[in-house]
Design a protein around this ligand. Structure first.
Ligand code: ARG
Length: 665
């Protein structure tokens, strides 16, 4: 049962008669003011809607509150509502109702979570790395957030289609093809194609950036000189103004700040370029390669263009490289327990692109501009290019073809793109173009996320400035988890419980979980700092703590020799006499609301927050209410059932985040 939506529906009904027709539009906002109470002394739920309504209707809020209460039909669920203070309406769930609900949840394999109705068909486009580049820390977010969204939606009863839109057709293939043709180390390639292709990608990329950087440097230096001059001129103006005794101009001050920021930005960009150039210049082998391949940038684009044009050699190399690259990614997905229904990469859509452009043209939705085919969109300064001057199609063209496919083949009601926020403009344009094209019945949403930062607050890089590889990070987390598990086990009162191989298995589960949970527990819109120590902490909002709470319940059962299966099969039921029992039961019943809310705007951190509240609630229950040592048998049994429902809810919640539990740790 979803308590909050139910209460809101009851309020809606009560309000409908109260406000006149022209105010109906505001009813939503008012109904949304029904919330969980912050302080249990004031009840379980609270509604502050009488205050704004009072203003609207020009009447005292307390009077309005009293009138709402009179019309509110919640007698089956709640004790009589109370009006407090300036007009708060406090609701307390009836004890018998709470008891019957929590018993029903306990007896339900779905833990009381109703199936969504109507079920929607939702495509989730996530992970979607560019193959041929090793996966790095940035890929973790899309993969983990997308997977959690899929699992939660599916549990709620929606039809989910997960699709890994692999970048398997872009410039990175031009890079490894060029690298293979000129620099391959055969023995290394034969021994491990993926490692060698990774090296080639890095090498070619480095050489391309070297030449691009050397070419761009003078231009940037010129730009810097101009920016400095402008900043100095503005500064001089400001000094003159100050000397003349006139008041400082605020907007001029702002403009000066902007100029200074520009100077700093350009300086940083130059420093970055210089460091990359220096890295090549200072290495004789690299410097020689750079000198021998002066036009590598265009050569790489040519290789890509030839692949796209169907050149036999490049096509054959692509077919040879792709399975190896996919295999390497597959190993990571297996490790972190992520699967896809489809992995239709960009290459899958290539033979549809010409038709997409032709369709836009024939419908008069695209026209030529400076040789390129463009879709002009309202509300955007620049058009969306769907075919370049040289005939090449773009990322956007592929995405349009993909939307057509997903709507026509899969009849999707909704398509979610779990992609870095920096692609925001691409998706806004893409969605606008798709609507223009006629796909206006499918809800398209960019589920954007921020950047993973290092301790210095900058994008997470290795000391030498490279992006951090995913495999290394996972290994590291597991190794740290292994130490924690060992220390924890060694410190147990009656001596260690886990064998070496159990310790390994537990560390594997806990290490991977820590990384996933840390990512999911941050609001996806913000950047977050990757901190291995924090994410493995035994206390606080971490996977480790949730897993520990689960294992703790399990420990109660094994310590008391409780046959939980027999208990589940029996006819026992819960009673909620102690306030801590009641508080825990109420928290357990909020699971359903948390799931619904977490997919409302696709924010898994709503679910992690819920789990954190639940484990806290369990902890204070456990502190105040003896379970195995409960005096009466009925109380003992009732508490065991509460423990059981707690453990199952934690396990289910973590499972929806793609996280496993262990029985002991
Ligand atoms: N491969 C792209 C990248 O790594 C992400 C693709 C996201 N999905 C999409 N349909 N555009 O940036």
């Amino acid at each position: 049962m979803n308590i909050l939506p139910e209460l809101k529906a009851r309020f809606r009904a009560a309000l409908t008669d109260l406000v006149s027709d022209h105010q109906q539009a505001d009813v939503d906002a008012v109904v949304n003011m029904v919330r969980s109470a912050q302080d249990a002394r004031f009840g379980d739920y609270q509604a502050n809607c009488a205050m704004p309504l009072g203003k609207q209707l020009g009447r005292p809020p307390r009077e309005i509150a009293a009138e709402i209460v009179e019309r509110l039909d919640v007698a089956d669920m709640c004790d009589p509502p109370e009006v407090a203070g300036p007009g708060f309406i406090n609701l307390r769930l009836k004890s018998e109702w709470l008891v019957s609900q929590v018993n029903a949840a306990w007896g339900d394999p779905r833990l009381g979570v109703p199936q969504a109705s109507p079920a929607r068909r939702i495509v989730v486009d996530f992970s979607s790395p560019n193959v041929a580049k090793p996966m790095h820390v940035g890929h973790i977010r899309s993969t983990v957030i997308g997977d959690a969204i899929c699992r939660t939606l599916a549990f709620l009863g929606h039809q989910v289609i997960s699709d890994n839109h692999l970048g398997d057709w872009g410039t990175q293939f031009g890079m490894i093809i060029y690298g293979y043709k000129h620099f391959v180390d055969r023995a290394a390639y034969d021994a491990s194609p993926v490692a060698e292709l990774g090296r080639l990608y890095k090498l070619v990329n480095q050489l391309v950036e070297y030449h691009a950087g050397t070419a761009r440097l003078p231009e940037l230096q010129q730009q810097l000189a101009e920016q400095i001059a402008a900043a100095e001129a503005a500064e001089a103006d400001a000094e003159k103004l100050a000397a003349s005794g006139k008041p400082a101009d605020k907007s001029a001050k702002k403009a000066r700040r902007r100029l200074e920021d520009k100077v700093a930005g350009t300086r940083a960009e130059i420093a970055g370029l210089q460091a990359r150039i220096e890295a090549v210049d200072s290495d004789p082998t690299l410097a020689q390669l750079a000198a021998d391949h002066p036009r590598i940038g265009t050569a790489v684009l040519d290789e890509t263009a030839q692949l796209h044009a169907g050149d036999a050699t490049n096509r054959q190399l692509w077919e040879e490289f792709l399975p190896a690259c996919r295999q390497a990614m597959e190993e990571i997905y297996q490790r972190i327990d992520v699967t896809f229904d489809y992995e239709l990469g960009e290459s899958y859509f290539q033979d549809r692109l010409a038709a997409v452009v032709a369709d836009f043209e024939s419908k008069g939705l695209a026209r030529e501009s400076a040789g390129a085919t463009c879709v002009f969109l309202d509300d955007f300064d620049t058009p969306m290019i769907i075919r370049k001057k040289d005939g090449a199609f773009l990322y956007a063209t592929t995405d349009l073809a993909t939307i057509q496919y997903r709507v026509e083949e899969w009849q999707s009601d909704e398509i979610l793109y779990v992609v870095d926020h920096r692609q925001g403009e691409h998706f806004q344009k893409l969605f606008a173009a798709a609507r223009l094209w006629g796909f206006d019945k499918t809800h398209l949403q960019h589920v954007a996320f921020g950047t993973v930062l290092g301790k210095d607050g900058k994008p997470f890089k290795t000391r030498s400035g490279e992006t951090v590889g995913l495999v290394g990070l996972l290994d590291d987390a597991v190794a740290r988890a292994r130490d924690i598990v060992a220390a924890n086990d060694d410190a147990k009162k009656n001596g260690p419980e886990l064998s070496e191989s159990e310790r390994d298995r537990v560390a594997d589960v806990i290490g991977h979980a820590a990384i996933k949970y840390a990512d999911l527990s941050h609001n996806r819109s913000s950047d977050y700092e990757f901190d291995q120590e924090k994410m493995l902490a035994m206390q606080g909002n971490t996977a480790t703590y949730m897993q520990y709470s689960f294992a703790r319940v399990n420990g109660i059962f094994s310590k008391g020799n409780v046959d939980i299966e027999a208990l589940r099969a029996g006819s026992a039921s819960m009673q909620l006499d102690d306030p801590h029992e009641r508080a825990l039961a109420l928290e357990l019943l909020k699971f359903s609301d948390a799931l619904v809310e977490s997919v409302d705007d696709y924010r898994p951190n709503v679910l992690t927050n819920y789990l954190f509240e639940l484990t806290k609630s369990f902890s204070s229950f456990f502190e105040h209410c003896p379970v195995l040592k409960a005096e009466e048998e009925a109380v003992r049994t009732s508490r065991l059932l509460l423990c059981d429902l707690t453990a199952r809810t934690i396990r289910q919640g973590l499972n929806l985040l793609g996280i496993d539990v262990v029985q002991r740790m």
